[in-house]
Ligand binder design. Structure first.
Ligand SMILES: Nc1nc2c(ncn2[C@@H]2O[C@H](COP(=O)(O)OP(=O)(O)O)[C@@H](O)[C@H]2O)c(=O)[nH]1
Ligand SMILES: [Mg+2]
Length: 600
């Protein structure tokens, strides 16, 4: 199926033409039929001589209802442009053409209607000249009369040629169904309709409703009035949803394949076809972004200039939209009732502009971007990004993830590896008793979002043991030494601050060389000459001391730790040096209020 939107000035015969082609009534509301004027979107469809089916989204031409027109045209890839032979080019002819151009609609056809009332030549020539300068380019023109039926067969043939040129949509693409109508059907609940650009909606699908990510299960699907198990874009789709109340959904919402779309309130865009009379740099700041069937208040911040003036800008939206790189939309000035510019989304997840000069730097980056998703370029710019997030932006990951779902730019990775080595060395110097830098502390120090990235960064001579990154090689202890060290560790596990006495160490055969090896292996730590404890002794001591009334004396600390002065004195000095404890002028101590090393 193909979907084509009508466009053109009010009363130029759009609805009459759709009625004549399809035998269906596009003006659904009684008020529309009473006033003889389209107010809201209408839907109708017909077979073409080739056997193809074309559905029409019939739009209102009156300037008061331009927002409805934009919601109908936004998701549709082709337009049937209508101009009346007897009236010729009119204000909404121009406004609708501006909108099609801003959306980047590339396929179209001109119908010169009411040609029973006037010679169609002048209106046709003017319209073709106007259209030629837009994204539609050169289009076929057919003179018709919705009243007499003259030219309708030519129009059907021309529609066949038009739809044959439309690019095929990918049925496997993620679904983003922009809702253009929502209503309830007695006994079935909420139904939404929309133009499905690509992808497949099937009975039983678990989709998400944006904004808000409310789960929406597809209970039933219809297309062109018939129940279907599945419908692939491009198509008109009606979906009966479970879990969604009518008040939860309205025009401008979208049904999404889960995890495949980013909802964003901030995006960087390229402006094109800026139509404001003013200098482009002085575009109004408060605009409306129309994209898909949505219309959202948007604040515009110009960023950079190109050959035609302001060329890139940041948009801040009043509510989030599910957007991808390359999405086309338009900006309208609701006050002046005027299409201001088309936009192409360049970056749907842009960095904040907080530092001085950030906007100018951003403009330089944006000047290199064209709205065609490029996974490698995105990764290079970001340094670090989840593969799923990149896909949700519309870009393919350039390679396999480095850790978890994380992709890392090679240059960034090399720099991170150097930073990690530095951090481990600095930590070892500052904390000689600790066996390496905790992975979580390394993650924070490197500003990484996931500890798995730290682990992935570790290569020889660094290693990870017991949740810490260390530069010390982990030499395997000879069996005899290991047994002796394990005996010491077992004793310390029971009494963490009863450092083995010299004769106990001698009895186990642990001399200076063996003890040094045990320290390198991370099995023990040396607190002072001849004083050996488990590597986590300082942290355990801090927890014990935290239970004491403050300030406490050395003697109170010694008793709480269940140890002697031989251990307590160097241990407290170490804690003082690390800022865990604070030594007062009277030699009593308390735990420091702000720990200088909260990581450890
Ligand atoms: N004579 C004549 N009148 C037409 C033709 N097409 C539409 N009309 C009339 O023009 C008026 C507006 O038509 P309509 O289809 O509602 O225009 P729309 O606003 O573009 O949808 C109606 O009174 C129609 O009867 C045509 O081909 N010939
Ligand atoms: Mg109409």
């Amino acid at each position: 199926m193909h979907v084509v939107a009508t466009a053109g000035h009010v009363d130029h015969g759009k609805s009459t033409l759709v009625r004549a082609l399809t035998g269906m009534e596009p003006d659904r509301w009684a008020e529309e039929r009473r006033r003889g004027m389209t107010i809201d979107l209408g839907f109708a469809w017909t077979g073409l001589p080739s056997g193809q089916t074309v559905a029409f989204v019939d739009v209102p031409g009156h300037e008061r209802f331009v927002a409805n027109m934009l919601a109908g045209v936004g998701p549709v890839p082709a337009a049937l442009f209508v101009v009346a032979a007897d009236e010729g080019w009119m204000p909404q002819s121009a406004e609708h053409l501006d909108a099609l151009d801003a959306f980047g609609v590339a396929h179209g056809l001109l119908a010169v209607t009411r040609s029973d009332r006037a010679e169609p030549g002048p209106a046709r020539d003017r319209a073709l000249a106007e259209i030629a300068g837009t994204s539609l380019g050169m289009v076929e023109a057919v003179a018709v009369s919705g009243r007499t039926g003259a030219g309708l067969d030519d129009l059907r043939a021309a529609l066949d040629r038009l739809v044959a040129r439309l690019p095929a949509a990918d049925p496997a693409a993620p679904v983003r169904l922009w809702v253009d109508r929502a209503f309830t059907v007695r006994g079935s609940g909420t139904v939404v309709t929309g133009t499905l650009a690509a992808g497949t909606v099937a009975v039983g699908d678990e989709l998400l409703l944006a904004p808000g990510s409310r789960p929406a299960a597809v209970r039933a699907v219809q297309s062109l009035g018939r129940a279907r198990q599945r419908v692939s874009g491009t198509a008109r789709v009606a979906a009966n949803l479970r879990g969604v109340r009518l008040e939860d959904v309205r025009r401008g919402c979208a049904l999404l394949t889960p995890d495949r779309w980013l909802s964003t309130e901030v995006l960087d865009v390229r402006l094109h076809d800026v139509r404001s009379q003013q200098s482009p740099a002085r575009l109004p700041a408060e605009l409306a972004l129309h994209l898909g069937s949505a219309a959202v208040p948007a604040r515009l911040r110009p960023l950079g200039t190109g050959p035609l003036g302001t060329d890139t800008a940041r948009l801040s939206l009043a509510r989030p939209l599910p957007l991808r790189i390359g999405d086309r939309g338009l900006l309208r000035d609701p006050g002046r009732r005027q299409v201001v510019a088309g936009v192409t989304a360049l970056d749907v997840c842009p960095p904040p502009l907080t530092r001085r000069g950030a906007a100018a730097a951003r403009a330089t980056v944006l000047s290199t971007m064209d709205g065609v998703p490029d996974g490698a370029a995105e990764l290079c710019r970001r340094g670090l990004v989840r593969a799923g997030e990149l896909r949700a932006m519309g870009a393919e990951p350039p390679g396999p993830p480095t850790a978890g779902d994380w992709l890392v730019d090679p240059d960034r990775w090399a720099a991170l590896r150097r930073s990690l080595a530095d951090a481990v060395a600095a930590h070892a110097a500052a904390h000689p008793l600790e066996h390496g830098l905790p992975v979580e502390a390394a993650r924070r120090r490197l500003g990484l979002p996931d500890p798995r990235l730290v682990t992935a960064l570790v290569t020889a001579p660094l290693t990870v043991r017991d949740g810490r990154v260390t530069a010390a090689a982990a030499p395997e202890l000879p069996d005899r030494v290991r047994a002796a060290v394990e005996a010491v560790r077992a004793e310390l596990a029971v009494a963490p601050f009863s450092a083995p006495a010299a004769d106990r160490l001698a009895e186990l055969g642990l001399g200076a060389r063996e003890l040094a090896a045990a320290i390198r292996a991370g099995a023990l730590t040396r607190l002072a000459d001849g004083v050996y404890l488990l590597p986590d002794a300082a942290a355990v001591a801090a927890r014990v001391l935290a239970t004491l009334p403050e300030p406490f004396t050395l003697s109170a600390a010694r008793q709480a730790l269940g140890t002697s002065r031989r251990v307590a004195v160097p241990l407290l000095e170490l804690l003082d040096a690390r800022g865990t404890t604070e030594r007062l002028p009277d030699s009593r101590r308390r735990l420091a209020r702000t720990l200088r090393h909260p990581d450890t």
